[in-house]
Design a protein around this ligand. Structure first.
Ligand code: SF4
Ligand code: SF4
Length: 420
């Protein structure tokens, strides 16, 4: 472990084909100051033209709140957009295409994760990559997914991935985040040969800048049902393979257990010498618990030749009570509920005994102070992300409205998030 100051640069790792910076950050203020530092350090890579089309691709894989470690933290997105705006960039788009289960059920993850409220606050564009124009990008094993044109035509792409375990890919960081640029059900093409197709896709459509949200990571049964952990890292890089290799090392995950990295090495995207240097020089900050092996039934359910059967039984197995059974049998990770929450605000009693606690403040993406939380409840001050409520350890903050789909997340994650 390195004993660095909060919010500081831990280390810069430089290679022949790229650089990876690893920073410490945790609170909203640290995220903002670290993002300012990252954008300043990487200023030379940003477009000279302030009207350039800048696309931000977070990881909004499903509707799990970011503090579970699944999706990109709104604090990171806020500080990134603010940093770009302060440099004069005018054409900013936030986009992602959530997973096939979300897409098939027509669930609006932008709304559920409050990304819609965030982009409204900043007046930037939002594009659902599942529902936009695309062009075919031929890959391996018959994979020929349509990739969203907004990315293919962008002047500058910033990807903002998480650090989380993935039952099939080993880890999901920058390279795995790229599956989300394939439209709708075409994401299934990636799974025809996941490791090779991830490596091939990110070679053909390469992000210009990677900013890793490693604040809250996910370990165990990721990406849909893992456990959150405090990693407290933001990283920046211009090379997705080196980035993922370095980040894998920071969580003590052997890069050879990540198939897309093995393909990256075989394709010459980085060298064995780079990999050896990373193992030798990058400290393990916090070892991650890998995803458990997938059950035989889970593997069977993903078999391409059984797609026809999946289509046949889908009307039955898509019902929440059936997917709950499949979840208990460890066949699926995700259980989705159709009703959005109706929570419109958080409330905090005036006589709250908060003592020296400032956790809600530390997690508020819009930088409200503890005395403003639950008082300033309207946009643009509050985007109703509920982070303050998720992290409050003593029930001081309450919700106005029905939790609906969130109830299952609350039962599964509230205690864990309070302890981050
Ligand atoms: S006050 Fe709470 S709900 Fe509102 S933006 Fe801040 S953290 Fe989110
Ligand atoms: S997190 Fe809860 S206890 Fe802590 S300052 Fe905020 S309202 Fe008070």
């Amino acid at each position: 472990m390195l004993g660095a100051t909060p919010g500081g640069l831990l280390a810069r790792y430089s290679f022949a084909d790229g650089t990876v910076d690893v920073h410490r950050a945790w609170t909203s203020d640290e995220v903002t100051s670290t993002m300012a530092r990252i954008l300043s350090d990487w200023e030379h890579t940003l477009p000279a033209d302030r009207a350039a089309r800048i696309v931000i691709k977070p990881n909004l894989n499903n509707d799990l709140v970011a503090l579970t470690g699944n999706c990109t933290d709104l604090r990171v997105l806020c500080s990134l957009i603010e940093g770009l705006r302060s440099r004069g960039y005018t054409d900013i788009t936030v986009c992602d295409g959530s997973n096939v289960g979300i897409e098939r059920r027509n669930i609006d993850t932008f709304k559920r994760l409050r990304v819609a409220a965030l982009v409204e606050r900043y007046g930037v564009r939002i594009v659902d990559l599942n529902r936009t124009q695309g062009r075919r990008v031929p890959l391996h094993a018959g994979g020929n997914p349509e990739v969203a044109a907004v990315l293919l035509d962008a002047d500058f792409i910033i990807t903002v991935p998480k650090v989380k375990t993935h039952a099939e890919a080993g880890l999901s960081i920058a390279c795995k985040n790229w599956v989300g640029i394939c439209r709708g059900q075409d994401k299934r093409h990636m799974h025809y040969d996941l490791g090779r197709n991830i490596a091939a896709l990110i070679a053909k459509v390469r992000p210009h800048l990677i900013i890793v949200d490693g604040l809250v990571g996910m370990e165990g049964n990721g990406p849909g049902d893992g456990d959150p952990f405090h990693l407290g890292v933001l990283a920046a890089s211009d090379n997705p393979w080196l980035n993922d290799n370095v980040l894998a090392r920071t969580v003590g995950f052997p890069w050879r257990d990540v198939p897309y990295l093995v393909h990256g090495l075989n394709d010459g995207r980085f060298t064995q010498q780079d990999a050896d240097t990373i193992v030798r020089t990058v400290p393990i900050l916090r070892p991650i618990r890998p995803a458990p092996p997938r059950t035989k039934l889970a593997e069977l359910s993903e078999r391409r030749e059984l797609t026809w059967l999946k289509h046949m039984v889908r009307p039955i197995v898509s019902r929440p009570e059936i997917t709950e059974l499949a979840y208990k049998a460890k066949i699926v990770q995700d259980v989705y509920f159709p009703e959005d929450d109706t929570v419109t605000a958080v409330a905090r009693p005036d006589d709250a005994e908060c003592g020296t606690c400032r956790r809600c403040e530390d997690f508020c993406p819009t930088h409200l102070k503890v005395e403003e939380i639950g008082v300033k409840t309207e946009p643009p001050d509050c985007i109703t992300c509920l982070y303050c409520w998720w992290v409050c350890p003593n029930g001081t903050i309450t919700l106005k409205g029905d939790t609906n789909f969130l109830k299952r997340q609350i039962d599964r994650y509230k205690e864990q998030i309070e302890q981050l």
